[in-house]
Design a protein around this ligand. Structure first.
Ligand SMILES: Nc1ncnc2c1ncn2[C@@H]1O[C@H](COP(=O)(O)OP(=O)(O)OP(=O)(O)O)[C@@H](O)[C@H]1O
Length: 396
């Protein structure tokens, strides 16, 4: 159980600024996930924590002690890479035992530890096989077993599950949770996969272009994003963005797009008051735009709704829900901007979101014909508002 503090860390490779002032405090025994698109510096930050890279500026502290220049082997941590770094020409047993042998432990002690960890991870029967004779999941467990034999207080994982099939990935991630519960070690885990992040993390740090945009629980990031980047990146579907002017109406403030007028949520009024007669960006998730005939129960009882009319352009069935692609409102160019920030290698949007199409996630039973003008209900209280200059949330 190590507390990890990262203070003002910067790192350049050549002229490229890969980390631009990172501050992060990971508590003892916490599972923290570094989440972000490709190339945002997650791996570099993890390597700095491991001691495999030295930052240009700033410090890394373990339990209050500055370890910035301490070599990896003296940091009492285990690093599990995506490549797993297993030696192909030796057995699983030898791969697991290697670190212990390196440390000069007696053979009977090594055997005891390897056996115990192998039983624990269910690979006891495969110890005499070489990595090429193991399945992907077994190799994963061998790499994890090797990390566990070191009995580290801090585990660092760099996308070690990325190439596994989703069911196997989920299973191994459950085992990681078990390892965490049994060891109480601190976990720092790098991924670009949101599902992984919400399954594993106590808190998620969202990284973007060498900075941490926001740290919070998965729910906090989804419900209260601090920037439009986080708002767009977190969640199953890209947020809809509209340019609106905040106006003082008779019943309070309204967000006026020129095509619709949305009441400002009561709780947002104090934040938007000074934005009267100015343009802001309104964000609303597809999950918060409903079909009037299929309103979820929680919505009917608690939420003020704003009825809008739009033309149904395309439908896409997603299990018990379907995505309605609708036309009728001008979409903010912020959406294309956010989408371009998010889209990196390894991150995929399946949605056809170009042009002036916005999305609503409605019940699969809704059967409006494509081409029709339909009515939809927007949950007013779920509207978020962003500063069009800085991208920071005014209210979320
Ligand atoms: N040793 C290096 N020398 C030069 N450039 C590097 C080096 N390591 C990383 N980079 C560059 O730094 C940037 C950040 O890389 P990093 O691997 O930290 O990002 P990441 O967020 O982990 O991305 P991914 O999810 O693709 O692994 C990339 O543009 C990468 O090409």
């Amino acid at each position: 159980m190590t507390r990890v503090q990262i203070q003002g860390v910067t790192k350049k490779f050549g002229r490229q600024e890969v980390l631009r002032g990172i501050d992060l405090d990971v508590q003892e025994g916490e599972r923290l996930v570094l989440l972000g698109p490709s190339g945002t510096g997650k791996t570099t930050l993890l390597r700095i924590i491991a001691g495999l890279e030295v930052p240009d500026r700033g410090a890394v502290l373990f339990d209050g002690e500055d370890v910035t220049r301490i070599p990896p082997r003296d940091r009492n941590l285990a690093f599990v890479f995506e490549s797993l770094a297993l030696w192909p020409h030796i057995t699983a047993y030898e791969n697991i035992a290697m670190g212990l042998e390196f440390r000069g432990l007696p053979q009977d002690e090594i055997q005891r530890r390897v056996q115990r960890v192998a039983e624990y991870l269910g690979i006891g029967a495969f110890l005499d096989r070489r990595p090429t004779q193991l399945s992907a999941g077994q190799m994963q467990r061998v790499a994890l077993a090797r990390a566990l034999t070191r009995e580290p207080r801090l585990f660092l994982f760099d996308e070690p599950m990325a190439h596994l099939d989703p069911p196997l990935r989920v299973q191994i991630q459950r085992e990681l949770l078990k390892v965490h519960a049994d060891t109480g070690a601190t976990f720092i885990y790098v991924t670009h996969d949101q599902a992984t992040a919400s399954r594993l993390a106590h808190r998620v740090a969202v990284m973007h272009q060498g900075k941490i945009e926001q740290v919070g629980t998965a729910d906090e990031l989804y419900d209260h994003p601090k920037t439009w980047f986080v708002a767009g990146f977190i969640g199953p579907h890209l947020m809809n963005f509209f340019d609106v002017v905040i106006r003082q109406g008779e019943g309070g403030l309204v967000a006026d797009s020129g095509q619709f007028r949305m009441p400002v949520p009561d709780r947002a009024i104090e934040y938007l008051w000074e934005w009267r007669d100015k343009e802001v960006v309104l964000g609303i998730r597809p999950e918060h735009i409903h079909h009037p005939a299929f309103l979820p129960k929680a919505v009917t009882t608690t939420s003020p709704l704003k009825r809008i009319r739009a033309q149904l352009d395309l439908k896409e069935l997603l299990g018990d829900k379907q995505l309605y692609y609708c036309k009728g409102f001008k979409i903010s160019k912020v959406r294309a901007h956010v989408q371009s920030l998010i889209l990196g290698e390894g991150f995929e949007y399946y949605e056809m979101t170009e042009g002036d199409t916005f999305l609503a996630l409605v019940d699969a039973a809704a059967d409006d014909p494509v081409g029709e003008t339909i009515e939809l209900d927007v949950e007013v209280d779920q509207c978020k508002f962003f500063d069009p200059q800085t991208g920071r949330a005014i209210y979320s």
